[in-house]
Design a protein around this ligand. Structure first.
Ligand SMILES: *Cc1c(COP(=O)(O)O)cnc(C)c1O
Length: 384
């Protein structure tokens, strides 16, 4: 048996051809593949606009800028996420607050969110960054209600959930990133994610004003739009009207993204197949707890997570058998950088208890049935 990682990209000959074709074309960056990828991705999520960027972290940073996060701006996220969900607020000088998780779904606990918001004066918070953790899409209808009551914006960190959905009160499936409830949503195309381009990211929105800002900030704050410029010296002329960044995604990677996106549904179907086999294998095991939700049907299964008391021993046992499970995540507030900002162990007990027990098992479309069977047997042999 080969080494089995927890996540891995699938690259086909078609993907390779798409990249090579772009390499032979006139544009390596700022060319037609970018807009084409954006259009296809917007369609996939159901959002009006999409902006391709250099990675998911850049996407978060641009969103924070577009929503005017600055020193003194207070924003809430979950401690069980990749650090970038919180870091983007720090890039802009804002303050991050964490809201503990629900022990069953591992998502931000909406009751605790309400408590946190009402523990501060009205107007204290500006926004919320909920995370579709592991691929389980946050009920944004519920979050939006809280946001509206408190005048907050929402950035949906949907890195784990392209193709996933939650079902709203009227029974309609709400796709991750469709921006019907969130102001902005972000995605990553890191190789372990559903759609892999190496590095890459996307922002989706239905808001034209935010869309325009994102496009401007993505490329240095430079515009050629005559309506935005204070003068125009001729065809070559442009103006830098805001301080932006170079967060562009090159055409080779957008071409790869377009090609990958065509297989997104296939990959998602396979992820769900693998997850349901794990569910079946572990559901009656008292030592193993799985992520609970009544909306599993819309789960995009970026990760398949189990909770087990002797996690370290299982991790080592799997590793000794060439299975490389992973832990998602070390609670962000316990990172030394955040501890230096005043957070400490004990602040978010549910997240910390979760961290003590969580383990992400191999889950990616290329995982064979035989490999999965081996993973399950190795775990069952351990818990016996
Ligand atoms: C991967 C990820 C990011 C960051 O994406 P990059 O493309 O690696 O910068 C942000 N948030 C979450 C939840 C992620 O999983």
């Amino acid at each position: 048996m080969n080494n089995i990682p927890y996540g891995k990209q699938t690259i086909t000959e078609e993907d390779i051809e798409a990249v090579v074709k772009t390499l032979r074309s006139d544009f390596l960056t700022q060319g037609p593949q970018v807009a084409e990828f954006e259009k296809a991705f917007a369609e996939y999520t159901g959002a009006k606009y999409a902006v391709a960027v250099s990675n998911g972290t850049a996407a978060l940073h641009l969103c924070a800028m577009a929503l005017n996060v600055k020193p003194g701006t207070n924003v809430i996220t979950t401690p069980i996420t990749f650090a970038a969900s919180a870091n983007c607020i720090k890039y802009c000088g804002g303050n991050i607050f964490f809201c503990d998780i629900n022990p069953e779904t591992f998502l931000m606990d909406t009751e605790k969110l309400k408590e946190l918001i009402s523990s501060k004066p009205k107007g204290f918070f500006s926004g919320i960054i909920p995370v579709d953790f592991a691929g389980l899409v946050v009920n944004l209808e519920e979050i939006k209600k809280i946001a509206t009551a408190n005048n907050l914006w929402i950035i949906e960190d949907a890195c784990h959930a392209p193709g996933g959905f939650f079902t709203d009160k009227t029974g309609i499936k709400q796709q991750a990133g469709n921006s019907n409830f969130a102001d902005l949503a972000i995605f990553s195309f890191h190789p372990v994610k559903h759609i892999a381009t190496g590095e890459g990211g996307m922002i989706t929105t239905n808001d034209k004003t935010l869309f325009d800002k994102l496009c401007l900030y993505r490329t240095h704050g430079i515009t050629k739009n005559a309506e935005l410029m204070t003068q125009n010296d001729g065809g070559w002329y442009y103006q830098m009207i805001e301080l932006g960044y170079n967060y562009r995604m090159p055409d080779m990677l957008c071409a790869l993204g377009i090609s990958q996106l065509k297989r997104a549904d296939e990959g998602l179907k396979r992820r769900r197949e693998i997850a349901s086999k794990y569910n079946e294998a572990f559901k009656n095991n008292p030592q193993i707890k799985i992520q609970n939700s009544d909306i599993q049907s819309g789960h995009a299964f970026h990760l398949y997570i189990i909770r087990i008391k002797n996690r370290l021993e299982l991790y080592d046992h799997l590793k000794a058998n060439k299975i490389f499970a992973q832990v998602h995540y070390i609670p962000v507030h316990t990172m030394p950088y955040y501890q230096n900002l005043g957070f400490k162990k004990g602040d978010f007990p549910v997240a910390e208890a979760y961290y003590e027990e969580c383990l992400s098992l191999p889950l990616f479309p290329g995982l064979t049935n035989e490999e999965q069977k081996y993973v399950i047997e190795t775990i069952q042999q351990f818990v016996k």
